[in-house]
Design a protein around this ligand. Structure first.
Ligand code: SF4
Length: 337
């Protein structure tokens, strides 16, 4: 949610949904040789009740329409408008356009990241099955399985922002049949590491014309090597966010991952460490334009130190900051410092 121009954090009430905390000005895209471009985390500006959420969205877009940079494409995103004009000024303009003030943001806490695999039940009693789709690539086996499920499923299919698929709205009586179909096609999350389940890659080569390096076709083998490092250092099934993008545009949201690669040339990447597990902190580049051996060497060292020196419950990204492996990025505009 911190990677979006406009994000809503749902705030529940005992009898349903109270409204949303609103975050604005997130964005991942940057350009390697242009230090005035940078990723930015969205800023929390307040709370709106449910009935004002459309007016709020409209107002945010109107402010960017009126004050966004139309001349310099590298500077056109809302995140730069906010940093140029100031968050308070932008917030006041949004309130003027919305015709109401933001209420004070409600307290909240993120306790998980990624998708909840397997079967889940929502408050309305319906069942939903989240299926792991590695790097979002629909292999022939997955396509066959989803086709067979679609023939009997009366609910919907949903794609998640983490590249997986939810077979949604399953009646209790149909759950077993759907699970058997998935099983018949050999689909199961059993034995897949948490590291792998949390990883995201952009499409890159051969689909994206902007790609400078492999991403979704490379991530599975990179993960196998990182899993080996993690196991060698005696860490269990650790949850560490890992993301790869084929270029600095960052479609896989790499700059908020604990470990990230962005492509520079075939086989060459920038390596970043120190993002927040929940996407609440940007990471920082530790190696520029390097090949896999150099990447694995840095990861081996950092993960080894993490295994030996971490505090109870400490996340890998937090450890990288505390141990001084990378300096913390406190704001997007300091990303390139
Ligand atoms: S990040 Fe990936 S998908 Fe996005 S533009 Fe770059 S190569 Fe293409």
């Amino acid at each position: 949610v911190y990677a979006q121009d406009l994000g809503f954090i749902a705030i529940g009430a005992p009898d349903g949904l109270e409204g949303f905390n609103v975050v604005i000005g997130g964005g991942m895209g940057r350009t390697d040789q242009a230090p005035h471009t940078y990723p930015r985390l969205a800023s929390l500006i307040g709370f709106v009740p449910v009935e004002r959420v459309v007016a709020c969205s409209d107002a945010v877009m109107a402010v960017q329409r009126d004050y966004g940079d139309r001349k310099d494409r590298l500077h056109a995103r809302f995140k730069y408008t906010i940093d140029d004009k100031g968050l308070d000024w932008i917030k006041a303009e949004i309130e003027k356009s919305m015709g109401a003030a933001f209420e004070e943001a409600r307290p909240f806490e993120f306790t998980t990241n990624g998708d909840s695999f397997g079967w889940n039940t929502t408050l309305d009693g319906r069942r939903h099955r989240t299926v792991f789709v590695q790097s979002g690539r629909l292999t022939p086996r997955l396509l066959d399985a989803f086709r067979d499920v679609a023939r009997v499923h009366r609910g919907t299919f949903r794609l998640t922002p983490n590249q997986n698929l939810v077979i949604a709205g399953v009646e209790e009586g149909e759950k077993e049949g759907i699970e058997s179909l998935l099983h018949a096609h050999g689909l199961s999350e059993e034995g897949i590491s948490t590291l792998r389940k949390n990883a995201i890659a952009c499409v890159a080569l051969p689909t994206c014309g902007l790609a400078m390096a492999e991403s979704e076709r490379y991530l599975p083998e990179l993960l196998t090597k990182i899993e080996e490092i993690v196991a060698r250092h005696g860490l269990g099934d650790e949850a560490i966010t890992i993301r790869t993008s084929g270029c600095p545009n960052g479609c896989s949201r790499p700059y908020i991952a604990e470990i990230a690669l962005t492509g520079r040339a075939p086989g060459k990447y920038n390596l970043y460490l120190g993002g927040g597990f929940h996407g609440e902190r940007l990471n920082r580049m530790i190696r520029e334009n390097v090949a896999e051996p150099a990447i694995l060497e840095v990861l081996d060292d950092a993960i080894g130190r993490y295994a030996r020196e971490r505090e109870p419950g400490e996340r890998f990204g937090d450890f990288c900051i505390r141990a001084g492996i990378v300096r913390e990025v406190t704001e997007g505009r300091f990303f390139n410092d």
